[in-house]
Ligand binder design. Sequence first.
Ligand code: ADP
Ligand code: ZN
Length: 519
Amino acid sequence: MKESPEALLRRVFGHAAFRGEQAAIVEHVATGHDALVLMPTGGGKSLCYQLPALLRDGTAIVVSPLIALMQDQVEALRQLGVRAAYLNSSLDAATAQDVERDWQSGNLDLLYVAPERLLTQRFLSMLERSQIALFAIDEAHCVSQWGHDFRPEYRELTVLHERWPGVPRMALTATADPPTQREIAERLELVEARRFASSFDRPNIRYTVTQKENARQQLLAFLQPHTGHAGIVYCLSRRKVDETAAFLVGHGIDAVPYHAGMEAAARAANQRRFLLEDGVVVVATIAFGMGIDKPDVRFVAHMDLPKSIEGYYQETGRAGRDGEPADAWMCHGLGDVVLLRQMIDQSESGDERKRLEHHKLDALVGYCESMRCRRQVLLANFGEEYPDSCGHCDNCLQPPESWDATEAVRKALSCVYRTGQRFGAAHLIDVLRGSDGERIRQFGHDQLAVHGVGADLDARTWRSVFRQVVALGFLEVDTEGYGGLRLGASSRPVLKGEQAVHLRKPPGRRERNRTGTGV
Ligand code: ADP
Ligand code: ZN
């Protein structure tokens, strides 16, 4: 008789007990059933197919889109004495043949394979000749056309179910808002499969969102209690990655850049340092991180707004996989929103996709401006209710105050209207605060009735007003021109004084307010 799952877990993997739903999933799949596994990053998905692979006869076929991840997993498994291998484009022909021979002679417990490889006639006919323990489809959200990691080959994985209906199949993912979950089930013919949905809450992560003032100094201040910790700093552009990494190095922080524009060898070396050494900070574009399994990442910082809540959650999910306290920190400004909206509209995507991306960005901006517990807002996005406030996000620790901003919002909207609905927030704030700068005079904006009507509020408060007013939809970003602001459809009642607006107060500041004109 074979060993029990618990005994195998201890003997092979050295873990004392199963976590969360692992035991139920392993039992379900090991006894020949299909499963859809939704678990946050770090939740322990790999064991859910690795253990059934050992419990069942034959070879488990693991479909994975990520070469680096396959290599890591196979190496780790081999060190545990498990017979594992991978087949992907990184192998030379001779090595690939060795792997195939091992597999065909029944000497592999797990075989990781890239989807495009799996779909070849050669691979499919070898599958015919082998004994298959199960199929595991990792990163299953890649099947979703609307996700950020869409892989067309994933759509064709239904061949597995059609040709081997008796072999248990499981799909696993960490990125799953409810529509994506449905799409995975439908596209991969897993509607009948049992779903195992773990909570996506990451209780050890503390979420903080702050508004951009002097982003680099703010980053330094955030990093101070993290001296000597490993972490990731995300930036939107490659140039900003390089600049930010250099800035941090200049302040004595062991930071390295990582982006797709770097030479491959330098990039790999930086990734290796991050993984193997202590306390290295990677400054990266979102190209970095998928498949990175480093348990002691103590913080993830976003210097720019991510594209969606799902993306944000996946990126921040790389912090604190070991269960120890970790920080997710983000610094955002209206400029980010304008830039991202322009990027969406200027992309090659179709209209439907653009609408969806705007919608996702709206949800993220809503998260940033929300006065509710961050965790509640994040989890609600994944269709999960979080009953109480978490007590340790920024909004819980320092509940934001609101103020009656009706008058200020009216002035802001009116200023947009009077200047022709084509200027950005910085210029509008100059007008409101009564600047007599050259650009103001050039456009004759010093002659307008709105010129100077907002001198009672400082530029920082105005920026916060504009950000929130855009988040609320009273103003829209014009993405065809230069990203100016124009009135949104819902702005009329506010302009006409029929609707009151309460906004979040900008958090207390350390330096004294600047007075005078300009921003
Ligand atoms: P995911 O793929 O869901 O992001 P992993 O499978 O990589 O997560 O697991 C995350 C970490 O948790 C790994 O370091 C793994 O060894 C560890 N782990 C998984 N299951 C257990 C368990 N039952 N007990 C202890 N550690 C576990
Ligand atoms: Zn909270």
